[in-house]
Design a protein around this ligand. Sequence first.
Ligand code: SF4
Length: 334
Amino acid sequence: MHAFAYAAPATVAEAIEALHTAGPGSRLLAGGTTLYDLMKLEIETPRTVVDISRLAELSAVDTSRPDELRFGAGARMADVADDPILRRDYPALAESLSQAASPQLRNMATLGGNLLQRTRCSYFRGGPTFPCNKRDPGSGCAARGGLDRGHALFGASDACIATYPADWGVALLAFDASVDVTGPAGERTVALADLHVEPADTPQREHTLAADELIVRIRVPVTAAGKGSTYHKIRDRESYAFALVSAAAALTVDDRGVVEDCRIALGGVATRPWRSAAAEQAMIGTRLTAHSARRAGEIAFMDARPGTHNAFKVELGARTVADALQIAGKRAVR
Ligand code: SF4
C-alpha cells in the first residue's frame, strides 16, 4: 500500500476544506469496506484520505416524515436495513440493503459509500497484468473478448462493459430518489438518475460529483408504491454475492387488480442503476397477471446487448422482473 496523508475532520465543513486543499488525489473514508481493499490492491493510491466515518451529522435517519424519507449518507447499511418503518412501508429499500454483502460488511459500510461502490470487474481489480480503461485510461479492456459473464447488457461502450455492482442505488432509482451534495460552492441536489454516468470513452469517470464534494443525505419521496415493492436479487449463491440480475419493482393496483403506478429498476446488468420505462409503461393500466408480468420482463430486456458469456442474463432478467412484479403485487395497496 502506498503511503498517504490522513485527515480526521470534526465537521462536514472541515471535511470539504480538507478535500479541497488535498485536490483530486484525495479520497473519502466512510465505512472503508471498498476503499481499503482497493488501496491494498494499489488500484486506489490516494495522496490524502479524509476520514468522515465519525461525523454524527451525516448519520441521521428519518423514515417518519409525511413528505420524504431522509437518510444520512454516513448511516450504516445494517442499521437502516433494520428500520421497522422502512421494512413495513418500503420493503424494496430494506431488502436491497439486507441482501447486500455480509453482516460484518453491512455493519461497517455506509449508505453514501455503497451508492458510489466501484465495479467488481475482476480485470479492474486484477492489477496491471490486465488492460483496463477504467483503472488505466487508454490501456484497453480485457473484459471485451475475455470472461464477460458478469458484465453489462445495457449502457456499455467500446471502452468499458463493467456493471455497477451495488443494490441500494438500484432500489433508490425505482423511487425517484435524490442526493443532497455539499462542496466549496455550497449544497446542491442531484437526482439519483443523474448521479451515475455511463462509461462512454471515459470509464474512469463514474459519477457527477466533483472531487471536493460529498453526499450529505439521500432523500426518497413518499409514495404508496413503497408498500407494494420488492428487491429481487438473483446470484450464484444465496448470500454474500453480487447480483447476476436484480430487479426493484414497486407498484400500486386498484381494487380490480389493474396497475396504476409501476416502477422497475434493474441491477447487475448495466453500467449504472438502470430504469426500464418501457416495461413500466407496459404494466400501467394492465391487470397484474403472470402473463403481463412476463411480458414486462421481456420488454425490460428487449434492447439488451449481451457479449460472449452473458447472454443467459437476458432470459434470467425477464424472469427476475416477472417474479419481482408478482411479489410486489401481493404486497401492493389496493
Ligand atoms: Fe476495465 Fe471496464 Fe474493461 Fe472491466 S470492463 S476491464 S473495468 S475497462
